[in-house]
Design a protein around this ligand. Structure first.
Ligand code: SAH
Length: 346
């Protein structure tokens, strides 16, 4: 029989497990807090639980452990990038960014990704496997232990497509939010998706008021299909309908990520179409100048073109920011660090 991954259980599931084992349900709460408040992974050391209970737990279940294998610290800002080894020796990465408003961690949700966006390093070798909830949680807990401080904001914007690993992501959100555990407010969590439309409806129906961030990258279906295969399945119209549903349910402002690629999506007609597409939505655009990768032979626009694009959007009353680049001296955006490591460059 498959063993239960104990540190991937929600509080309710932990309590149920204990009841099934003939224990009181508060034992489940102790187990849950041990993982998610004390950030411990060693069952032998959980003295609160009777020895007998511990040995039954070890028989029926196991605790997923990941390890930091490398850490890169930026000399330009306080950004830190972490490489982790999973139990099966797969490698994932997370980034810690320090802002005036707090500390953010960007975590991975899959090993690799199968979404196939042209300019993204994470997807070039496809998806290896989904991460479990514990593997997502432990990226945060290990970074917190490493810096000796707590994280304020969590972004699901690293390698992988969170809505392609829906159940584990949802479970992760519930666990990290639980007051008996890490107690992170849903408002301090952002989930970024390339736009798996049916899952956006599902997420809206969960009523967790997290910030939804949509990777749009072009307001034209024809262009979007060239750079993002998911656009062949769901049109922008369908995507925006789902986003409006999410907005209505959550009452949250929606963020759109827009990776600027010279000559592809930085033209005047893009600004105009974008403002039409976003009309009627409480939105915010985050412009990301392309981080070039070797498989995608395009450049980012000049800085003044990026500024101009922002101004043009603002003229149309769309809140716009340009993503401040962090840790540029320690390898660039998502998936590049892991890949460099695997290919032996780091
Ligand atoms: N699968 C999720 C999370 C991916 S990464 C999603 O698609 O939203 C977060 C953002 O970085 C996405 O908007 C992604 O399209 C963008 N991105 C990936 N590679 C990039 C690169 N080389 N340059 C600029 N942005 C990139």
């Amino acid at each position: 029989m498959k063993k239960t991954e104990l540190n991937s259980l929600t509080l309710e599931e932990s309590k149920k497990l204990m009841l099934d084992l003939g224990e009181k349900s508060y034992r489940g709460e102790q187990l849950f807090s041990y993982f998610n408040r004390n950030k411990e992974v060693n069952l032998d050391k959980i003295n609160l639980l009777p020895k007998k209970t511990r040995s039954v737990l070890m028989e029926k279940g196991y605790v997923n452990k990941i390890k930091i294998i490398k850490k890169f610290e930026s000399k330009l800002d306080n950004t830190k990038k972490y490489l982790f080894a999973l139990e099966d020796k797969n490698i994932i990465e997370s980034v810690l960014m320090i802002y005036p408003h707090g500390k953010s961690v960007c975590i991975s949700t899959q090993v690799g990704c199968r979404m196939g966006c042209e300019f993204c390093a994470s997807t070039k070798e496809g998806r290896v496997r989904d991460l479990t909830s514990a593997e997502m949680l432990n990226q945060i807990y290990l970074i917190e232990k490493d810096i000796g401080e707590n994280i304020d904001n969590i972004v699901l914007m690293g390698s992988g497509e969170p809505l392609d690993n829906y159940q584990n992501t949802l479970r992760f959100l519930k666990i990290i939010h639980d007051p008996k555990g890490h107690n992170t407010s849903y408002r301090n969590i952002t989930l970024s998706t390339c736009g798996i439309t049916p899952k956006i409806y599902d997420l809206a129906d969960e009523n967790l008021p997290i910030t939804l961030s949509i990777s749009l990258h072009s307001p034209f279906d024809s262009e979007r299909r060239k750079i993002m295969p998911i656009a062949k399945t769901y049109s922008i119209k369908e995507l925006i309908q789902a986003v409006k549903y999410y907005e209505k349910k959550s009452n949250r402002r929606i963020t759109f990520e827009y990776t600027l690629v010279e000559g592809v999506n930085d033209r005047k007609e893009d600004v105009e179409e974008l403002s039409d597409v976003l009309n009627g939505l409480k939105s915010h655009i985050n412009l990301i100048p392309l981080n070039p990768i070797k498989e995608y032979n395009k450049s980012r626009p000049e800085r003044n073109r990026v500024e101009e694009f922002k101004k043009e959007l603002e003229k149309r009353h769309i809140k716009t920011t340009i993503r401040g680049e962090k840790g540029t001296d320690i390898s660039a955006s998502c998936g590049q660090l892991r890949r460099d490591y695997i290919e032996g460059n780091k």
